[in-house]
Design a binder for this molecule. Structure first.
Ligand SMILES: CCCCCCCCCCCCC/C=C/C(=O)SCCNC(=O)CCNC(=O)[C@H](O)C(C)(C)COP(=O)(O)OP(=O)(O)OC[C@H]1O[C@@H](n2cnc3c(N)ncnc32)[C@H](O)[C@@H]1OP(=O)(O)O
Length: 668
């Protein structure tokens, strides 16, 4: 059995139940025997072994990927535990939770169900279930609002916001703070005090003092729905969560527990849940590289970083590192540039302080780690040198570690460790100078081809935005600027002439002094607040480009559905991903899922580009690409890997047999 709970009754008559499932005391369906709790005769403490309360449920149990041992079949909601759990609480035994380390999801829900909670100040508490396409399923939707009030509870659930033990106490999510070495004794005393009426016996499920009056509560819930519909128009589970919270306020918490269990039962079998669970493990798995991370190599200590260039990019990188407590040397070519770079860092950090995101003390400490130089004298004991790039990548949550045949395994292990310390998701790739530009280029080329052949530019952008991308391809080109789009296009053309569509649209628009958002005119017009609106003049540029490309309007493309547009735009991107995978530029398919989400903005709730493609099937994608390649050219020609998967009907994500690590292929 994965994990267990151990019950020890002390001389004081207090039974302590420890959740034991190292390293994170994850809960599993068969890991906690509800009956153990029910048969207890005295007050009880809940705690987690090895200083970690519980990081929550083992999410492999969701997404339909794993049947609960002995669980009822997926035909009926599993109402046993949440309700059993509620009966336990009614069994007149005071329960106190002793929380250290992570208390997330189901782990925190168990603690919320106790009659008191004692935590260390650095404990981390959260209800991140919505990150997995589900909702809290052990009463969290009812108990959290009754402990902290509706607005804070909704923020914790809908934004998966985590709080420290100290903040939790200020919210009344936790009753007391204790040092780690006194945590259990404090919780034991608390349970005894409840039993002997020295402390209140609070059943959080029936608490009402923190709940807003009905009319105010309804207003809060309505605003939350509006925000969620705007923020995540394609997701239903946030709205389901709000509905379950409302059910408890309107009809009472007990009936809402049923609604919560039924909702969880449905959601945990959804494609969204499967995709988000895949994304979670794919993200966690990028640093697990056979032959590198399993060699026993330990990362060397990296203390001092040198950054060449203090422009927006270099100063951004410097800021990331000093905030992660690295000493940073910022080198510039002259004093003015250096002062400008350091000034950028100072003003950015100060704005964090002004927004309450950082203390003045942290700002001072961080700046003390920064040293500006105009020469290389201080470089003798530097551990890592970074040359800043043109593109604004420091804000990306994603770190691409490009490995050539001459890169040592030790250096990769060092860089993976640095990536983790600066809170980036690192992916080791072959010498593919612009992994994402392969995707981005095919993400811009096809839209240009479709428009020149008659499709509506603004319909394309709307369809791609509705699919879940942050914006459509034409809006994206305006944002990055025509210069970057042209440079990426040229790079793609140089590397892959046989599958590049040479559009004339951008060059025709540049003649009209259009560069995108920076010139307030591109594919859209922009007002002084950078609000974009369609430009009726676009038609004339499209006509001119069409003539120059000697292209005729294809009436089929004038009547494309949004679904057709999504397929015609993303199937070539899938094709490029298959090529990158087949060439061994990445170690595993899931790395490309992470790259598509973190560098292209592909929706994580679809699992990433290849996970999504796999749900459609290689045969379907290949046949569509074959058809389009006959009508519109080689840009759509399916690659050998995709064709092979289609012919065998195999999954696109069967891991490539890596004999070497990411190859230093000729790709961009
Ligand atoms: C008493 C009644 C019991 C009832 C039983 C039936 C009830 C009915 C169903 C009820 C369902 C309720 C709904 C609840 C849902 C949840 O709880 S969702 C999960 C919530 N938890 C999280 O989101 C935590 C996610 N993890 C993290 O944030 C981090 O892991 C950490 C906790 C901050 C620790 O970080 P770190 O020390 O860096 O470790 P990692 O490398 O991240 O992780 C170590 C390995 O553990 C794997 N892992 C982590 N969390 C989970 C998880 N929740 N599920 C599965 N696996 C997890 C992670 O992938 C790592 O794996 P390896 O890479 O293989 O080592």
């Amino acid at each position: 059995m994965k994990g267990s709970t151990v019950l020890e009754v002390g001389a004081d008559g207090v039974g302590v139940i420890a959740i034991i499932n190292p390293p994170l005391n994850l809960l599993t369906y068969d890991g906690i025997d509800d009956n153990e709790v029910v048969k207890l005769t005295w007050q009880v403490d809940w705690t987690g072994a090895n200083g970690k309360f519980s990081a929550g449920f083992d999410v492999t149990a969701f997404g339909g990927s794993q049947e609960r041992k002995g669980a009822p079949p997926h035909t009926s909601p599993d109402l046993s535990s949440p309700l059993t759990w509620d009966n336990v609480l009614a069994a007149r035994k005071p329960l106190a939770a002793a929380i250290d380390g992570p208390a997330f999801g189901g782990g925190l829900e168990i603690a919320l169900a106790c009659h008191a909670r004692v935590a260390t100040s650095n404990a981390q508490l959260g209800l991140p279930e919505l990150q997995y396409g589900i909702i809290p399923g052990l009463g969290g939707t009812q108990r959290c609002p009754r402990l902290v009030g509706l607005p804070k509870a909704l923020e914790m659930m809908l934004m998966s916001k985590r709080v420290s033990g100290k903040v939790a106490q200020s919210l009344c999510l936790v009753d007391a703070i204790a040092p780690a070495d006194g945590l259990l004794s404090t919780a034991r005393c608390w349970a005894l005090d409840i039993l002997q009426c020295r402390k209140p016996w609070i059943v959080s499920l029936y608490k009402t003092d923190k709940l807003e009056p009905l009319a105010e509560a309804r207003m809060i819930l309505t605003l939350a729905r509006i925000q969620m519909r705007k923020q995540a128009p394609n997701l239903t589970h946030p709205l389901v969560c709000i509905d379950v919270v409302e059910e408890g306020i309107v009809s009472g918490p007990r009936s809402a527990l049923w609604k919560e269990a039924e909702a969880l039962h449905e959601l945990r079998q959804s494609y969204t849940c499967r995709s988000l669970v895949h994304f979670f493990f794919a993200k966690n798995g990028t640093s697990k590289i056979p032959g590198i991370s399993d060699t026993g190599l330990q990362p060397r200590k990296v203390c001092k970083i040198a950054i060449l260039g203090g422009g927006p990019m270099g100063s951004g990188i410097a800021r990331v590192f000093i905030l992660s407590n690295y000493r940073v040397i910022l080198k510039e070519v002259n004093k003015n540039c250096l002062l400008a770079g350091i000034g950028r860092i100072k003003s950015n950090l100060q704005s964090h302080v002004n927004k309450g995101k950082m203390t003045q003390e942290k700002l001072k400490t961080s700046l003390s780690l920064l040293k500006g130089v105009l020469d290389y004298d201080c470089f003798t004991d530097v551990d890592l040198v970074i040359e800043s790039h043109l593109r604004p990548v420091h804000v990306m949550p994603f770190l691409k570690i490009v490995r050539t045949r001459r890169t040592s395994l030790q250096v990769i292990v060092d860089l993976l460790d640095v990536g983790k310390k600066i809170k980036k998701t690192s992916i080791v790739v072959g010498n593919c100078t612009a992994l994402q530009s392969a995707g981005c280029s095919s993400l811009t080329q096809t839209p240009m081809l479709l428009v020149e052949h008659g499709a509506d530019l603004y319909q394309i952008d709307q369809a791609i935005t509705n699919f879940g991308m942050p914006m459509g391809p034409f809006r994206m080109v305006d944002l990055v600027g025509f210069g970057v789009a042209i440079a990426t296009g040229i790079q793609f053309l140089e590397n892959f002439p046989d599958r590049t569509y040479k559009s004339n649209l951008i060059s025709v628009m540049k003649e009209d002094k259009r560069e995108g958002e920076s010139t307030c005119k591109g594919f859209y017009m922009y007002d002084d607040k950078h609000n974009a609106s369609p430009d009726p003049d676009i038609v004339k540029f499209v006509e001119k480009a069409r003539t120059m490309s000697h292209v005729m309007v294809d009436t089929k493309l004038r009547n494309l559905s949004d679904g057709d547009i999504v397929e015609m735009i993303f199937f070539p991107v899938v094709n490029e991903a298959c090529r990158i995978l087949a060439e061994g530029v990445v170690v595993k398919a899931s790395d490309l899922d992470i790259a598509s989400v973190m560098s292209m903005g592909f929706p994580s709730y679809r699992g990433g580009i290849l996970f999504w493609a796999n749900s459609l099937g290689s045969r379907y994608i290949c046949s569509k690409l074959e058809d389009w390649s006959k009508q519109y050219g080689k840009i759509f020609k399916p690659c050998a890997y995709l064709t092979e998967c289609a012919s065998k009907g195999t999954s696109l994500v069967t891991e490539m047999k890596q004999t070497t690590y990411p190859s230093s292929s000729s790709r961009m």
